[in-house]
Design a protein around this ligand. Sequence first.
Ligand code: FES
Length: 153
Amino acid sequence: MTEEKVKSRREFLRGLGIASAVVIAIGVFFRNVLAYLYPPAKEKTYHKYLVAKVDEIPVGKAKEMTLSNQPIFVVHLEEGYKVFSGVCTHLGCIVRWEEQKGRFYCPCHQGIFDKTGVVTGGPPPRPLDEFEVKVDKKLVFIKTEDKMEGPWT
Ligand code: FES
């Protein structure tokens, strides 16, 4: 093999190595850019909280309690249990359960929600936030997503 051919072969291999390194670097760069722009979705995690025993609250009544320093209401309806945030969806005042009328009332601006949390009067723009309820072995649980804020934010 002539010295010219050996030199040409070395240059070819060096060029191939440099081209490969450049292609890999560009690929890694774009992969990182895409990972930054479209981060993988985090899997949601949930917590389950015990809020009542099945026979603890008579039908038509509600129990007020706090969860993460926020009021919640566990309401026992004919069709089962419902659990609502006690934070009004208007400007965040605390609602109260009016047992005689079977509704929630917000004293700040006379917001009214029926027993299923639906707005029936006043300025609230949407229903009370509701938790997913699960009854298991005569215990009533709610399921909340783990996140820094409360489920009503
Ligand atoms: S904050 Fe409840 S009605 Fe305005």
